[in-house]
Ligand binder design. Structure first.
Ligand SMILES: Cc1cc2nc3c(=O)[nH]c(=O)nc-3n(C[C@H](O)[C@H](O)[C@H](O)COP(=O)(O)OP(=O)(O)OC[C@H]3O[C@@H](n4cnc5c(N)ncnc54)[C@H](O)[C@@H]3O)c2cc1C
Length: 394
């Protein structure tokens, strides 16, 4: 069977490729000023976001006034594949563009949309996501950071952790406890907190890989005061909004993981002769066996993703989508471990840039970002057990 897109989808692809050719940031620009964190906007990224937004190529499925062109889901899939094929990031602030701006558009006031969401989409502001706390990660509803109304202001006290890009962001989409006396899911609200507000301290966390380029942070709030109009949506409705916020783009997040795995597999194949040169025949046989297994999984992930996506575009439920995060992130982790083990001592070489190379221990460590963030593999398995397999809760 040969999978093909309709002629109209191919025409959409051709239109995008023509535009991309004229407007893309050059490879030299990308290499000269790489993003140092997930909320850093290098100068090329600001111009790139504006060109994408103004031409309706930022989020093609949205209307033109929000940086789109009302494109369908299949067209959006093709668009993301082409961006990836050309090695061009859509944004250097993925949480801002993928979660925070869409949530503000869904739940915020017109003023919040104009002042925060549109500037994030146009690359004029960057945003970070303040959900996790020292005792509230998987169990997010246990968060304790307090937000108390005081006249026209909201006063915040508490601590966030693992806040990606907080040291480079302009504002935080912060989840806070506004009512401690109701069941924990019902007393949470979201507040917009500019990062330069007095009383807010950001402390970058030194990471095991590229310790000179931190992305994760602790954020401390000590009597931080913001205007009451910075409350997003209804008071105490943060839990429902959190579920809405994280659902944005869920229908296509799998694609980025699949594309990432495919390019990691292609890198691995390129390095294979070098990696196998000092192996005995039996080691080579066993390595090739593992390699074939990884290839089968990589292809199966794309097929599974397509199957779920096809059901989703026809308006059906797609249980495949619940499996994709754990499946793709664990394939990538196995691939990284396989390559690092074959590379042996050479895998210990540290990399100078944020991007890690397959065949290094750093690459293996970096894969834990995907098996932990946005719901760890264990939590994903719980969800699959309950929601897909309808198993009883233990
Ligand atoms: C790269 C990266 C970027 C991140 N960026 C952000 C960000 O920008 N903003 C933000 O708010 N947070 C961010 N996080 C935090 C992330 O959301 C949390 O790490 C995640 O939710 C897990 O929480 P935790 O680290 O507190 O671990 P815990 O919840 O303490 O879990 C510890 C271990 O116990 C397991 N576990 C927990 N509960 C269960 C259960 N019910 N059943 C089975 N096993 C369980 C977990 O799977 C894990 O193995 C980021 C994390 C990473 C790795």
């Amino acid at each position: 069977m040969k999978l093909r897109f309709d002629a109209s989808v191919e025409a959409f692809r051709a239109e995008f490729l023509e535009w991309l050719e004229q407007n893309r940031p050059s490879a030299d620009e990308l290499a000269a000023e790489p993003a140092r964190s997930s909320a850093h906007l290098p100068s090329w990224a600001r111009g790139w976001a504006q060109r994408l937004f103004d031409a309706g190529w930022l989020i093609p499925g949205w209307p033109p006034e929000l940086g789109g062109r009302n494109a369908g889901a299949v067209e959006t899939l093709v668009y993301l594949e082409e961006l990836n094929r050309h090695n061009i990031p859509r944004t250097t602030n993925p949480q801002g563009v993928g979660i925070i701006a869409p949530s503000l558009i869904d739940y915020g006031t017109q003023e919040q949309i104009d002042r925060y969401a549109i500037p994030v989409l146009r690359g004029e502001l960057s945003a970070c996501l303040g959900m996790s706390e020292p005792d509230a990660g998987s169990d997010l509803a246990s968060l304790k950071t307090r937000a108390v109304f005081d006249g026209d202001s909201i006063v915040l006290n508490g601590q966030k952790v693992w806040t990606s890009g907080a040291h480079d962001a302009d504002f935080c989409f912060m989840f806070c406890r506004t009512d401690p006396d109701v069941p924990k899911h019902r007393g949470i609200s979201i507040v917009l907190v500019p990062m330069d507000t007095p009383g807010l301290t950001v402390r970058p966390l030194k990471e095991i890989i590229h310790p000179h380029l931190p992305d994760l942070n602790e954020v401390f709030l000590d009597d931080v005061m913001v205007p009451a109009e910075n409350l997003v949506g209804e008071l105490n409705n943060g839990w429902r909004m959190a579920n809405g916020a994280l659902a944005h783009e869920r229908n296509l997040v799998w694609l980025m993981a699949v594309l990432g795995n495919e390019s990691a597999f292609a890198n691995l194949l390129e390095m294979l002769p070098q990696l196998l040169q000092d192996c005995t025949l039996s080691e080579q046989t066993s390595a090739i066996d593992d390699l074939v297994g990884l290839h089968v999984d990589t292809v199966a992930a794309r097929c599974l993703g397509y199957r779920g996506f096809a059901r989703y575009t026809k308006g059906g439920t797609a249980p495949e989508q619940a499996l994709m995060k754990v499946y793709t992130s664990e394939i990538r982790q196995r691939l990284a471990l396989f390559a690092a083990e074959l590379a042996g001592p050479a895998s210990l070489k540290p990399s100078a840039k944020r991007h890690t190379d397959v065949g290094t221990l750093e690459d293996f460590y970096s894969t834990f970002a995907s098996t932990i963030s946005a719901g760890s593999s264990e939590i994903q398995r719980n969800i699959i057990a309950e929601k897909v397999l309808s198993l009883p809760r233990s």
